[in-house]
Design a protein around this ligand. Structure first.
Ligand code: EPZ
Length: 421
């Protein structure tokens, strides 16, 4: 197993380029199951989760391969409908194959993804949405077993206790594109990754309107064809690099970042005292003064502050000048990074679904353990500013979501290396 070693205290300077968005690429690759024609998907990040999705497609009899940043999928011989536990258990996004398999193969057997360290991950909204289209679904021996002779469009309210759901919206949308008649998804997720999926489906011949708003309208079509598509840049990776510049007191130009996908983040960064200037396809980031001001954030569905940036924002708050409050309204238990940050000298305590962070002057490097993808990113950020050496182990979480992160950080001056444990 690899670990990352960081010698902190170097202000990062230079240019970093953002890769394609993992959370857009995964449902889009799965959606290629909806046609027998070839789909070409570009700007795909080379990540462990993408490799897992390709393996799942292959296990379904599909021709799928990745060359550099391009994934090609040809589902001509898709003759299986079972997404096996061994693959699904390593990645929750495997559930994205449920909607396309049901629509194209009329049946699907997808292993239940189970919970994970960021908390409970129910699938009731996926099931509710697909049932509303006329599918029969049951949970049997740890699998979601789905079947439908014909799918019929319907009006579906897709909201749960924590609001909209990104992947449930993706599943219902990918099933409804081949259903008979019109589907209206109300309380649909508005995340840019859902919009990117809709744009890909439209290129395949789907009739979709309203994507990016809480009401998505889909007019089912008889068949979809092949398409070529380039994945949007990863807004969470961009946000993480912005914080790397801010926390180290450096200055970074972040290329290929989409400023329109980062509004909630950028708004908070103004309060903290970080200047972000957007210019064409790049963001220029630098800290305004010598100190970072504290910040209060509440995570919410898009366009609210993303839960996938909560841990990284907390890393920054640990060294700000005052008390910050970070409240989780999407995954109330997503705080595994707190104890690790405290091992580095941070002062964070939890009060229900809120973290109270008292800023300290300096963190000190320590051996820490990554518990999940975004927690790993938070520990890297903390390591970049801490005094001395930080060793982040269980780095495989990081490899699920950040493409060549240490290479990118070395180029802008970070003292960071990957070693075998
Ligand atoms: C997506 O997960 C992302 N994953 C997550 O990214 C992200 O944290 C999350 O959306 C929220 O933005 C991918 O896109 C692959 P949800 P998803 O369904 O779709 C509740 C990362 O670090 N809910 O939008 O699975 C759920 O418990 C990750 O890259 C139900 O109640 O999340 C949560 O409270 C991790 N019933 C809320 O909805 C359901 O059936 C939003 O979750 C489904 C979800």
């Amino acid at each position: 197993m690899d670990k990352i070693i960081i010698e902190g205290g170097v202000p990062l300077k230079g240019t970093i380029e953002v890769s394609g968005a993992k959370n857009a690429a995964l449902p889009i690759i799965a959606a290629a199951l909806l046609t027998e024609e070839k789909c070409i998907i570009k700007n795909v990040p080379n990540l462990r989760d993408v490799v897992t999705m390709i393996k799942i497609l292959r296990s379904l009899g599909v021709k799928a391969q990745m060359e550099q940043d391009c994934v090609t999928v040809e589902a001509k011989r898709c003759n299986q409908f079972v997404a096996d536990y061994k693959l699904v258990s390593t990645m929750r996004a495997s559930i994205c194959v449920l909607g396309p398999l049901l629509a194209k193969q009329k049946q699907a057997r997808v292993s239940m993804p189970g919970g994970c360290v960021i908390g409970q991950r129910p699938v009731d909204l996926h099931i509710k949405g697909l049932r509303a289209l006329g599918a029969q679904l049951k949970i049997e021996h740890g699998y979601i077993v789905a079947a439908a002779k014909v799918l019929h469009g319907n009006n579906i309210f897709l909201g749960g206790a924590y609001g909209s759901s990104v992947l449930a919206t993706a599943n219902v949308m990918t099933a409804a594109v081949l259903a008979k008649g019109r589907t209206l998804i109300e309380n649909a997720a508005c995340e840019p990754e859902v919009v990117d999926l809709a744009n890909f489906l439209i290129k395949m011949g789907a009739k979709i309107k309203g994507h990016g708003t809480p009401i998505i309208e889909i007019e089912g079509v008889k068949r979809l064809g092949g398409a070529s598509h380039s994945i949007i840049p990863d807004r969470i990776e961009a946000g993480t690099h912005i914080l790397a510049a801010a926390i180290t007191g450096g200055a970074l130009t972040i290329k290929k970042a989409r400023v329109d996908h980062l509004s909630a983040m950028l708004d908070k960064l103004k309060e903290v005292g970080v200047s972000v200037v957007a210019e064409q396809n790049a963001l220029h980031v630098k800290r305004k003064g010598s100190v970072l001001k504290p910040v209060d954030i509440t995570t919410l569905p898009y366009p609210g502050f993303p839960t996938d940036m909560q841990a990284q924002m907390m890393a920054m708050a640990t060294v700000s000048d005052g008390i910050s409050v970070l409240t989780e309204k999407i995954f109330p238990d997503r705080f595994m990074h707190v104890s690790e940050l405290n091992r580095m000298g941070a002062s964070v305590f939890l009060e229900g679904a809120s973290a109270i962070v008292k800023g300290v002057k300096r963190l000190s490097g320590a051996p820490v353990m990554a518990s999940d993808l975004r927690a790993s990113a938070a520990l890297i950020l903390a390591g970049l500013v801490a005094k001395g050496k930080t060793e982040v182990s269980r780095i495989y979480h990081l490899d699920r979501g950040y493409e060549r992160i240490e290479e990118k950080l070395i180029k802008v001056g970070a003292k960071i290396k990957r070693v075998k444990e």
